[in-house]
Design a binder for this molecule. Sequence first.
Ligand SMILES: Cc1cc2nc3c(=O)[nH]c(=O)nc-3n(C[C@H](O)[C@H](O)[C@H](O)COP(=O)(O)O)c2cc1C
Length: 144
Amino acid sequence: MKKVLIVYHSQTGNTETMAKAIAEGAKAAKASVTLKKAADAGIDDLLGCDAVVIGTPNYFSYMAGMVKDFFDRVWFTVRDKVGNKSYSVFGSYGGGGLPAIESVEKICEGLGMKKACECLGVQRQPTAENLKACKEMGKIIAAA
Ligand SMILES: Cc1cc2nc3c(=O)[nH]c(=O)nc-3n(C[C@H](O)[C@H](O)[C@H](O)COP(=O)(O)O)c2cc1C
């Protein structure tokens, strides 16, 4: 059974709603899913998964501080141990597009992880259509 880790930050719930829909999609594809807020996630979570999906809102055209903090805490230990894992990135933004998602992608690429599917950004609150895309992302990640 594929182990999928979903790590995210969300203050007003938009990215969290996406995270839950991704988890639903991955579970429907028979993956075992761990859903964690970035503040609660650590080295063992990342080393223990087959695929990781990182969720961040756009804060000042960058990833949320708590997601950056997650990478800061795990980096030295995991940097040469996660090249076999798949990843993707998702999150909500106000009006500023995808720079936060791209900032996470850069770190995942730096860790040598393989992108499982296109990253997914939505403006503010996800629509029903967006949530469908989130579930699809979960299914793809579960199969990656
Ligand atoms: C501190 C802060 C900074 C933000 N900066 C940006 C920004 O630079 N660009 C943007 O598009 N949205 C920005 N936003 C809006 C959030 O990305 C947007 O409200 C998003 O839906 C929040 O996601 P969440 O509900 O998961 O917390 C900012 C919000 C906050 C709280």
